[in-house]
Design a protein around this ligand. Structure first.
Ligand code: DGP
Length: 113
């Protein structure tokens, strides 16, 4: 755990949040600034800066499983939803702990965002 990382603290319950799903490797909690009716962040409990920071395969698989669990719990799995991983400054990544945005609950259209 990285002591100055807010998502390390939330993922490891040093700071509590609004959790939607959790297992040994990952957790999912609601974004504090939601951009859609469902806006949940899936994060690993270990610290990785982003998706190209040597993330182990089992962690990536656990994140994908968590996306599925979130989509089921939120009732957006059948209609469809969007998963976004902002990576680095040019993508506007503001929290430098790997996270996938899961967005759904409305028609997101064909544009990127
Ligand atoms: P980005 O790094 O641009 O992919 O977005 C980071 C997201 O994290 C942004 O939508 C706001 C959210 N966020 C930042 N700090 C917190 C926090 O302390 N709690 C929660 N629930 N969300 C946060």
């Amino acid at each position: 755990m990285k002591d100055d990382c807010i998502f390390c603290k939330i993922a490891n319950h040093v700071i509590e949040s609004n959790y939607v799903y959790e297992d040994d490797l990952v957790c999912a909690f609601r974004d504090m600034n939601p951009q859609a009716p469902t806006h949940v962040l899936v994060v690993p409990k270990e610290h990785y800066a982003n998706i190209v920071d040597g993330v182990p395969g089992d962690t990536l698989a656990a994140m994908a499983h968590a996306v599925d669990e979130v989509a089921k719990a939120e009732g957006i799995r059948e209609d469809g939803f969007r998963v976004i991983a902002n990576t680095g400054d040019a993508a506007g990544q503001t929290v430098h702990h790997l996270h996938w945005h899961v967005l759904g609950g409305k028609n997101l259209g064909e544009g990127l965002l």
